[in-house]
Design a protein around this ligand. Structure first.
Ligand code: MN
Length: 228
């Protein structure tokens, strides 16, 4: 057997509520502008767009409860999002088969270097520099679908230092969970371990060192993150 020339990269693992088992992460797909009120606040018409996705790196996930303020930015925004975890996948998954691939759900943050994302948008460049940096995906434990249900509605809230900053309902998502799974599976072969971050409601805004973020989605474990 051949040995590795460098140490093996660490597997990214997410805990599961009331379980000793963990979820190994393969890929992270993130949808853009999936709540009409957020699309409007970012200056877009929510009625005119097909769904579009970008990716974060698997090792951008941080379950520590700390978010280190990242380099090369002075405008880091919070985006609270429902996270869908897949236990299986495939290509060309139909709408009616989509939920069969879902293991469960969690609360996540799509932390964004908005200034760098803004420059990328203006120059027609990729978003990765604004979206896919170390610690950019703080995440809470996963809740199995058997306990949570299909999560087609329910409140989604983000508080910063105790004050509500983002508030919406999952039923406001423009592209629903089966639609996202089906759409992605036309372009990629989805697999067990894939995560989908399903977009954020209105109210995104900057964080500062020392801020305390509390994300909650009804029926799911809360996420608490300190900006350090
Ligand atoms: Mn987002």
């Amino acid at each position: 057997m051949n040995s590795l020339i460098i140490p093996e990269p660490k597997l990214t693992l997410i805990p599961i509520k009331d379980s000793s088992q963990q979820f190994p992460v393969r890929r992270i797909y993130c949808i853009g502008r999936n709540y009409a009120d957020h699309a409007i606040e970012m200056g877009f018409d929510p009625n005119k767009e097909d769904p579009f996705f970008f990716q974060k790196n698997t090792d951008n996930i941080d379950i520590s409860g700390n978010f280190p303020y990242p380099p090369q930015t002075s405008d880091v925004h919070h985006e609270i999002e429902l996270v869908v975890a897949l236990k299986s996948g495939g290509s060309n998954i139909s709408l009616s088969e989509s939920y069969k691939h879902v293991l469960g759900f969690g609360v996540g943050l799509d932390m964004t270097r908005r200034d760098l994302q803004g420059q990328a948008k203006k120059t027609g460049r990729p978003w990765e520099i604004g979206k896919a940096f170390e610690h950019s995906a703080p995440m809470g434990e996963l809740n199995l679908i058997e306990k949570s249900g299909t999560m087609e509605s329910g409140s989604i809230v983000l508080k910063v230092n105790g004050a509500i900053k983002q508030q919406g309902d999952l039923n406001m998502m423009i592209w629903k969970i089966p639609e996202m799974i089906s759409h992605l599976s036309k372009y990629y072969t989805l697999q067990a371990g894939d995560l989908i971050m399903t977009g954020t409601p209105a109210g995104v805004g900057p964080v500062q060192k020392g801020d305390y973020l509390e994300g909650s989605i009804s029926k799911l474990s809360n996420l608490a993150v300190k900006v350090v």
